[in-house]
Write a protein that binds this ligand. Structure first.
Ligand SMILES: [Zn+2]
Length: 128
């Protein structure tokens, strides 16, 4: 990444495999722990990539996974991580045809900690 050969090809083909049918898109994952600014940390990490359909899909899933791994453990990440996950899916959908299955899998990967926390809170409330 970042060498001159990659840079000159960046507008022409997929940066991972060289496939000609590629497009530019931006993926974002966020890191959220606690409640910033005093009791936590929140930062968004946008990345612009130039990828073919296959690599766009896997990069999207990877960023959705990072959203769920790092993005859901504080405020405002608990609300924004699913929004960023949806944004990552939209970035792929705008350039390539993706099925409902891909959207469902990516959303599940990107939001399961939030759903998991909601279930835990529900269980705690139900037991008390
Ligand atoms: Zn590719």
């Amino acid at each position: 990444m970042g060498d001159s050969a990659t840079e000159s090809n960046a507008q022409l083909c997929c940066e991972s495999c060289g496939e000609k049918d590629a497009a530019s898109m931006e993926f974002t994952h966020c890191v959220s722990i606690g409640v910033p600014p005093r009791f936590g940390y929140y930062k968004e990490h946008p990345t612009r990539r130039f990828l073919c359909h296959k690599h766009a899909a896997s990069a999207c899933l990877w960023h959705c996974f990072k959203n769920s791994l790092f993005g859901c453990w504080g405020f405002p990440g608990i609300f924004l991580a699913p929004v960023r996950t949806w944004g990552n899916i939209r970035a792929v959908k705008e350039r390539f045809t993706v099925g409902f299955g891909f959207t469902a899998v990516a959303m599940t990967i990107g939001t399961f900690p939030a759903g998991f926390l909601a279930i835990l809170i529900g269980l705690v409330l139900a037991r008390s």
